[in-house]
Design a protein around this ligand. Structure first.
Ligand SMILES: [Fe+2]
Length: 200
C-alpha cells in the first residue's frame, strides 16, 4: 500500500464513524481498492512549518499523526496566486489532494485531501460548484457558512457546504489542519472569491 493509500484508508475509516446523512453521497463515491494511481512529485510549501503545531481531538489524532509523518512525500499546492490574496496568505495556506483529478489516487467523482492554514490568517469567503464536507482534524478555528455567521469549530466536528454556498475560515494562535471532500461540479475548479451567488 502506498503512503497515499494508507492516508486515504485512515481518512475513510475516520469518516465511517460519522452518521450525518450529508456524508453518505461522498462515501458512495469513494474509489474502490485498486483504483488507478498517479506518481506525484513531493512538493513542500512554507505553511508546513505549522503542520505539527495544532492540537487534534482524541479521535482525529491518529490521522493527524499519519499526515505529519507523510507530509514530506506529498505534493502541496495552492489554488491562489499572490495577486489574489497576497504573499502573507500564501505563506500560511496550502492543501494536498489524496484522491481526485490530480492526486495520487485517481477519481473523477470525488476529491479528498487536507487543507493547512497557519495561525492568524483568514481564508476569506469563497464558493464553488462542488458540494463539500470538511472535517477539522487539528486546531480550533472560526468558520463562516452562508448566512450562519462565524462559529467556533473544534476538531472532529463535521461541516457541510452545499454547492455554491460561500464559506470562510479564520485561525487565531493555532493553525488549522482539516480534511476536505468534494463531489459534483468541477473537481479542479478555482474557488470564486467574494461569496456565493445564492448566499443561503
Ligand atoms: Fe470549499
Amino acid at each position: 500500500m502506498t503512503g497515499a493509500e494508507r492516508l486515504a484508508t485512515a481518512a475513510r475509516a475516520l469518516l465511517a464513524g460519522f452518521d450525518q446523512p450529508e456524508l453518505a453521497p461522498f462515501l458512495d463515491e469513494w474509489p474502490a481498492a485498486g483504483a488507478a494511481q498517479r506518481m506525484v512529485e513531493p512538493r513542500p510549501l512554507p505553511v508546513l512549518r505549522w503542520l505539527d503545531q495544532a492540537t487534534p481531538a482524541a479521535a482525529t489524532r491518529p490521522l493527524v499523526d499519519q499526515v505529519v509523518a507523510a507530509a514530506g512525500a506529498l505534493a502541496w499546492g495552492q489554488t491562489y496566486a499572490a495577486g489574489d490574496l497576497g504573499e502573507r496568505f500564501l505563506e500560511r495556506y496550502g492543501w494536498s489532494e489524496l484522491i481526485g483529478l490530480r492526486g495520487p489516487i485517481a477519481s473523477d467523482r470525488l476529491a479528498c485531501g487536507v487543507l493547512l492554514l497557519g495561525p492568524e490568517i483568514e481564508y476569506p469567503p469563497h464558493s464553488h460548484a462542488a458540494e463539500e464536507i470538511y472535517l477539522p482534524l487539528a486546531g480550533t478555528a472560526d468558520w463562516l457558512r452562508g448566512r450562519d455567521g462565524w462559529r467556533r469549530r473544534c476538531p472532529g466536528e463535521l461541516i457541510h457546504h452545499p454547492s455554491g454556498v460561500a464559506h470562510a475560515m479564520r485561525t487565531d494562535e493555532q493553525p488549522l489542519l482539516a480534511l476536505y471532500l468534494w463531489r459534483g461540479g468541477d473537481l479542479a475548479q478555482k474557488s470564486k472569491l467574494g461569496g456565493s451567488d445564492d448566499p443561503a
